[in-house]
Design a protein around this ligand. Structure first.
Ligand SMILES: [Fe+2]
Ligand SMILES: [Fe+2]
Length: 417
């Protein structure tokens, strides 16, 4: 067995794994905060997946750290690394965001994961090698996506190079991803980089159509099945705004436990997937994404509420209220032998069960963490009353009314969840 000096000790290994986990979490966090701020539709969809993959990778690394008896993985991280984390949030546009997160941090993480098996005592540290093997494919795919997509945003937002160099310089000043390289001098901070998070309004490309509530008429399911189906999947496509809401919620609640952050990251990606099932279906039915007016208003009006109110409203009011309609749609689409629509809604329904379960679990913790005096039932009632006044989406009001009628009906059907 070689005793080459390239091999690190178990203590050094633990410190490096702490930095990997931290950087994965930082990527999750910055991408979450920026999800509403990126106007490019393709990037929004990819970022929604990648923020979940970053959370998942961080979670796997935390697990290995616990095996190595490191229970406080953010303890004693260097001040410079924390500064890098805050700097990533201060990108000014999609190009600076993707350059900093993907072309600097993720790319260097990828190289570190690839070489980790040669750096650690692999024969004795197989579980760590296994973790790096598990997290590598997602990171490889993410970096490859960023590299092929980047020219489009690079051309749109000139001047991004200075920010990329600054982020790369901060990492180099802290000894690189592993912290083991010789630190370079700290780079000067570029001017004019205010924090733009959290985004008060969600961004779309110029010229994209905006939803008009006055013409949003729900066709009758039985009488006009085709019009109803198209209407319904246009609304699915607009679940992008639910993902964007969760992105901002996650960014605004860093004091919450890791398990919550991991769940919200997954919840966020699920809503991206619901938007994608809408996208797939409207395309199959002959429309393009750009043909569907975007319900940006719901994100924008939700952002007038604090994060805790938004989370309680989404998971303890909007999502439970939406369940009976999903069950009815599945039944209807199975009846008319529209297998594709039935399959789509059945996966949506399945995901929503977890969203509601997470809402029940985390709303009380949020209320306590942020000093609310309300009970979960009180905040649900208050935010639902607010929704009835403020939502631009009539479907949400209709679902709320139906849910209360079902509650008060003497022999009303049991809720489908
Ligand atoms: Fe959804
Ligand atoms: Fe959901």
């Amino acid at each position: 067995m070689s005793s080459a000096p390239t091999h690190i000790t178990i203590e050094q290994n633990t410190e490096i794994l702490k930095r990997y986990a931290f950087l994965e979490k930082v990527c999750m966090r910055t991408l979450s905060g920026w999800l509403p701020g990126v106007p490019e539709w393709e990037a929004k969809n990819e970022i929604g997946l990648h923020l979940w993959e970053s959370a998942d990778s961080a979670d796997k690394l935390y697990q290995r750290l616990r095996e190595l008896r490191s229970y406080q993985p953010e303890r004693n991280l260097s001040e410079r690394l924390l500064r890098l984390a805050r700097a990533l949030d201060r990108a000014q546009n999609s190009a600076e965001l993707i350059a900093g997160v993907y072309l600097v941090v993720k790319k260097q993480l990828l190289e570190a994961y690839r070489s980790h098996p040669e750096v650690t005592w692999s024969d004795f540290d197989r579980p760590t090698v296994k973790v790096t093997e598990m997290v590598l494919p997602a990171l490889e795919r993410q970096v490859a996506w960023a590299e092929q997509f980047f020219p489009e945003v690079a051309a749109r937002y000139p001047g991004w190079e200075a920010w990329r160099d600054y982020v790369a310089g901060l990492l180099a000043a802290d000894g690189g991803v592993t912290g083991m390289e010789t630190p370079r001098a700290e780079p000067p901070e570029p001017a004019e980089h205010p924090l733009l998070l959290p985004w008060k309004k969600c961004q779309r490309m110029k010229g994209w159509l905006v939803f008009d509530p006055s013409v949003d008429v729900e066709p009758d399911r039985k009488a006009e099945p085709e019009a109803h189906r198209l209407w319904r999947f246009k609304h699915y496509l607009n679940e992008m705004t639910a993902a964007e809401t969760l992105g901002s919620i996650l960014w605004m609640t860093p004091e919450m436990p890791w398990e919550y952050q991991n769940n919200v990251a997954r919840h966020c990606w699920d809503e991206i997937r619901h938007s994608q099932l809408g996208m797939v279906r409207i395309q199959q039915l002959g429309l393009k994404v750009e043909d569907v007016p975007q319900v940006v208003q719901i994100y924008d009006v939700m952002m007038t509420l604090p994060a805790v109110d938004q989370y309680a409203l989404l998971t303890t009011v909007i999502e439970p209220n939406g369940m009976p309609e999903k069950a009815a749609n599945r039944e209807h689409w199975e009846e008319i032998e529209d297998d594709i629509s039935a399959a789509a809604v059945s996966y949506d329904w399945s995901d929503e069960n977890f969203h509601i379960r997470w809402g029940k679990k985390w709303t009380p913790v949020l209320l306590e963490t942020y000093g609310y005096k309300e009970t979960p039932a009180e905040i649900a009632a208050r935010t639902e009353a607010w929704l009835m006044e403020n939502t631009p989406v009539r479907m949400q009001q209709k679902m709320a009314i139906a849910a209360h009628q079902a509650d008060s009906a003497p022999s009303g059907d049991a809720q489908s969840y």
